[in-house]
Design a protein. Structure first.
Length: 186
């Protein structure tokens, strides 16, 4: 009976760890970027007041294609969290956002039609790939599908890649250390 209870606790712990990393990778990174980028721009404004404006910070976070700030932060987070916690679940956080994106593409054109503008709704001739990965959906016309669907996939993939690279480097370092000849041959 105790073995069954311990196994159940182990499974619940594994699910909780996965859920925490899923939240960090898909949503936590976006929230952290939304806080860190404007804060960093405020700190750097004295260096170059024309470059480090709140408008430019907002532009980097929401209007630059493929969300590079979130991707960079997700990679760094995945890397550093893997070095600290070594959870294998971190390598799989991209799966749920991919499933959500696949569903969104299948029910294309728009998951949230009430939250998008009439301009976007009228543009029924665009492809699902353009809508979720290209210029078919933009914040200028209040289309948030890429921000809510595509960006979590990008950041989750980047988080997993950061964790995977940290894992590979860590393993190689351990192998190299284990294969070093000892100083004392006797």
């Amino acid at each position: 009976m105790q073995n069954s209870s311990a196994e159940t606790i182990h499974k619940l712990r594994a699910v909780l760890i996965f859920a925490i990393h899923q939240f960090i990778a898909a949503l936590g990174v976006a929230v952290a970027a939304a806080i860190l980028i404007p804060f960093t721009f405020d700190l750097l404004r004295s260096v170059n007041p024309r470059l480090f404006t709140s408008h430019n910070a907002h532009f980097l976070l929401t209007k630059v294609p493929y969300f590079p700030m979130q991707i960079i932060l997700a990679f760094w987070s995945g890397w550093s969290f893997y070095l600290r916690y070594r959870h294998r679940a971190m390598l799989w956080v991209w799966v749920l956002p991919l499933l959500v994106l696949c569903y969104a593409v299948m029910v294309f054109p728009i998951l949230m039609p009430n939250q998008t503008s009439i301009i976007v709704q009228a543009a029924g001739s665009q492809s699902a790939l353009s809508h979720y990965f290209g210029r078919g959906c933009s914040m200028e016309v209040r289309c948030e599908d890429q921000l809510l669907i595509t960006m979590p996939l990008y950041s989750s993939v980047s988080y997993s890649i950061g964790a995977l690279i940290a894992r590979k480097i860590q393993r190689n370092a351990h192998l190299a250390r284990d294969q070093r000849p000892s100083a004392n041959p006797l």
